[in-house]
Ligand binder design. Sequence first.
Ligand code: ZN
Length: 234
Amino acid sequence: MRVPAGLLELAALAAIDERRLKLRHQIAELRLRRDAALKTAINASSLSATASARAADVLKSSNEVGAKLAASETEMRRLVAQMESTGGVKEYEAVKARIAEREHLRGELETLALECMERAEAASTVAAKCAGDAAQSASEARDAEARYALAAAPLDAELDAANHSADATSASLPEALRTEYLSLLHRQGGRPVVRCENGTCDGCFTSVGSHAKSRILEGELVRCDSCGRFLLPG
Ligand SMILES: [Zn+2]
């Protein structure tokens, strides 16, 4: 069977382009997986920073309430000493009333201090968990980066070689054929050259008709009337 000039080169170019498409997909998928791991790590790190800042804030409030409570206790001790050392009944009663007032304030501060300590502890637990998650995600992102580098390198090299090979094959085609091929490549999703199996175009599955079929068999460069693809003998 005769094969028309240029058709073998077209078929070779089509095979290279199909492979290039697959390689690009594979590389893009690897990149997506790596980027997803990186994004997770960035989010976890940002969550951890927020949780850590919140824990620091809550701890600061807790320490402030603690300081107020300590000041209140010092004041109480001072008042008790004043009450014990006073001579007059009237003054004694006045200090006693102030102590009672302060006692109430101290009770409130004690409750608040306890609440603050519990909140600080909870915030610190959350911050520790977020920091752990962030460290884990960072480690996973590093692994993903390493896996990407390892898996993408041979694919990149193969794509590079396929690009050279496509350039060389493309250069060997007459310019008009090359232009038609490229326009088909963009229109037909990477399959500009297909076989004609039993009189049917393998690209769009339309019958090519007996005339076209015999022209293909006679070694002419024939294109499918329906989709425009170049047809190889089946
Ligand atoms: Zn077709």
